[in-house]
Design a protein around this ligand. Structure first.
Ligand code: IDP
Ligand code: MG
Length: 166
């Protein structure tokens, strides 16, 4: 079925208001992305190596915290995937252990970070990408990376207030 996207911008602003009430959708940065180091990677002791990889590839850390999602938090964060068959597995997994959440800055941040982390399935991720080197499976795939500027702003504001950015 053809999808009418003529109202897409406004729908997105409604979503921002619900999901991230402190965020002004008119001032979203285009040079930022949001990441989480996932429970498989924090549990395996890869946190420092992954942060080093991120910094040495030109990303500046604007905010960072070590924390753990409740199941309800994970369900809210991944609400966009609620119809997908792996939603239950994903949200249980993401709340199963500590994560590191961070807002990163770089020109072309969203696309460059997706390139740095590699494909969702580590078996298909290019050699030298973070997922190729550190991920365990398609679910436990070491890191999250936002897929658009708008989602980066919304996901970042899930964890951080404006006053936490440095
Ligand atoms: P992405 O993280 O590369 O953007 P998405 O399709 O947005 O991939 O999926 C979100 C997360 O859901 C993935 O990072 C992974 O942890 C999990 N996931 C994706 N596909 C599957 C699957 O087929 N089985 C189990 N988990 C999956
Ligand atoms: Mg995604």
């Amino acid at each position: 079925m053809a999808c009418d996207r003529s109202n897409a911008g406004n729908e997105n602003k409604d979503l921002v208001t619900t999901f991230a009430p402190n965020l002004n959708p008119n001032t979203m940065a285009t040079n930022r992305t949001f990441t989480m180091i996932k429970p498989d990677a924090t549990g395996a002791g890869h946190t420092g190596k992954i942060i080093d990889r991120v910094i040495s590839n030109g990303f500046t850390i604007k905010a960072m915290k070590w924390t753990q999602l409740s199941l309800a938090d994970a369900q809210a964060f991944y609400a966009v995937h609620s119809e997908r068959p792996f939603y239950g597995e994903l949200t249980e997994y993401m709340s199963s252990g500590p994560i590191v959440a961070a807002i990163l800055e770089k020109d072309n941040a969203v696309a460059d970070f997706r390139e740095l982390i590699g494909a969702t399935n580590p078996a298909e991720a290019k050699p030298g990408t973070i997922r190729a080197d550190f991920a365990e499976s398609i679910a436990a795939n070491a890191v999250h990376g936002s897929d658009s500027d708008d989602n980066a702003a919304m996901e970042g504001s899930f964890y951080f207030s404006q006053r936490e950015l440095a």
